[in-house]
Design a protein around this ligand. Structure first.
Ligand SMILES: Nc1nc2c(ncn2[C@@H]2O[C@H](COP(=O)(O)OP(=O)(O)OP(=O)(O)O)[C@@H](O)[C@H]2O)c(=O)[nH]1
Ligand SMILES: [Mg+2]
Length: 458
């Protein structure tokens, strides 16, 4: 069902990223979209856009209020309701020069449009029942996905997988509600569905718990993987950082303590976004600044998803260094990749703390590819752990967590003698949460919060 709001203003925004490039896409959506586009266009065919059939493309010019040509463009004309927003829509493909884009937007504003707010096109798609709120959120995830796994999951979500899951949950709760009401009605006949209701509630609760349990890990698939490079001073951490990035990003010298603060740099690798973090080397020092840097390195060991622990193969370790490596391995074993650098100048130093250790040389680039492979394997193993079919955002996770608590409470009420009237009230309460999850009963201010996270033009 498409809902049209005659008070709704017509909006315009650039949908493609700002900056110069070959082409840009602008979208005009709203009740006046076709009229506005007609007034700012001069088609090569000599016809007016308003007279042309829906879902057609037209070549021509955007003109300003003095009828001067701004740019040669293509107009994609789409009548409601078969559009993204469910409203009349005209999309303009123009040349991507920021001055052209600004002039086209200015012309449209003079003709009666206004600039769209963050996420306003998607919000209108939700208001017009083109997609539900969960699918709208999936669009935002899709745009910002930093790993191929996140991309796949948000695509599935956009296609309705999470919405269908929530609908299934809602159905179970409605079934439990029906049985509760029936038990209440037939109380005198001593017909009770207590155990059936318990089973339904318990199974719904188990499903929610499974999804919620991997929420923390899901952050990795959404935001990319943090890979910290840590170890003793002068071990070659910055050299490895540069080798993995394939550029001289961090300063490398033979002076121990060269890196004093953490440095981050990102790269796309095998369909994932890696954030590499070079850290200050661990050593005992009285230098205040260096000590703060070392503190940051230790924090990074805890925070990162993967830690590349670098040993200096050209010298023997001091006792405090051995303690650092041992503690690091003991406390963070699953995420550690131990490597021994400088094998080109190696002493007969085979200390590995009982771990698999990759020998390498940042100087000769020996085995850098093996380190990359070890990182990719660790990422694959991390993703294997996350078997939940959906990626929940904070809003969804919070609502599901509250729902889980509510269902646990209902289960505690389902012991004889059962107060069916009270159980029924509680189940009705849970349906408020599923409605809010889907955006059916969400408040305007909460909607504002959700769409604020979107970019303009989406
Ligand atoms: N022979 C040899 N020298 C290396 C290798 N990797 C790095 N170095 C040298 O080791 C020294 C220290 O390298 P860095 O990359 O700055 O080491 P770091 O661990 O970042 O040092 P800090 O930032 O001081 O903790 C430099 O002189 C590098 O040229 C290697 O594989 N073989
Ligand atoms: Mg360094």
């Amino acid at each position: 069902m498409t809902v049209f709001n005659s008070d709704e203003q017509t909006i315009i925004a650039q949908c493609t990223p700002k900056g110069s490039g070959a082409l840009a896409l602008l979208r005009i959506s709203g009740p006046q979209a076709i009229e506005i586009a007609t007034n700012i266009s001069k088609l090569a065919s000599g016809k007016a856009l308003r007279e042309l059939p829906t879902h057609t493309i037209h070549f021509g010019y955007v003109i300003n209020s003095s009828c001067e040509h701004i740019d040669q463009v293509l107009f994609l004309l789409m009548h409601a309701p078969r559009t993204f927003t469910g409203e009349d829509t005209v999309e303009i493909s123009c040349h991507n020069n920021p001055f052209i884009v600004a002039d086209i937007i200015k012309s449209a504003i003079i003709a009666g449009a206004r600039i769209a707010q963050n996420g306003e096109f998607t919000r209108r798609a939700v208001m017009n029942n083109k997609i539900d709120l969960v699918q709208a959120e999936a669009i935002n995830e899709l745009i910002h996905a930093n790993t191929t796994v996140a991309l796949k999951k948000s695509m599935a979500q956009l296609e309705g997988s999470l919405s269908a899951w929530i609908a299934g949950l809602e159905n179970s709760l409605l079934q439990a509600l029906a049985l509760t009401e029936a038990s209440f009605e037939f109380l005198d006949d001593e017909i009770s569905f207590g155990s059936q209701i318990y089973q339904i509630i318990d199974s719904a609760d188990t499903k929610i718990k499974t999804i919620c349990s991997s929420h923390d890990q899901q952050l990795q698939i959404r935001t990319g993987i943090r890979i910290a490079i840590c170890g003793s001073v002068n071990a070659g951490k910055s050299s490895l950082f540069n080798a993995l990035l394939a550029k001289d990003r961090a300063i490398v010298t033979n002076i121990p303590g060269t890196t004093r603060d953490t440095i981050e740099a990102g790269l796309y690798k095998d369909g994932n976004y890696w954030t590499l973090i070079d850290t200050a080397g661990i050593r005992q020092t009285d230098d205040l600044i260096e000590n703060q840097g070392i503190e940051r390195s230790l924090k990074e060991v805890s925070r990162a998803d993967i830690v590349i622990l670098v040993l200096d193969g050209s010298r023997l370790l001091e006792d405090h260094e051995k303690t650092f490596y041992q503690e690091c391995i003991a406390n963070h074993n699953p995420k550690i990749i131990l490597i021994r650098n400088k094998v080109d100048a190696a002493l007969d130093n085979t200390i590995t703390f009982g771990q698999t250790c990759i020998d390498c040389s940042c100087k000769t680039k020996q085995n850098i590819d093996i380190i990359e492979k070890a990182i990719a394997d660790k990422i694959a193993a991390l993703f294997d752990l996350i078997n939940a079919p959906f990626l929940l955002n904070e809003r969804q996770a919070h609502l599901l967590h509250t729902l889980d608590q509510k269902l646990s409470f209902i289960k505690s009420m389902l012991v004889e003698p059962i107060q069916y009237e009270l159980v029924s009230t509680q189940i009705k309460d849970t349906l408020i949460f599923t409605s809010e999850l889907m955006g059916k009963t969400i408040s305007e201010s909460n909607m504002d919060l959700i769409f604020k996270q979107f970019c303009v033009g989406k």
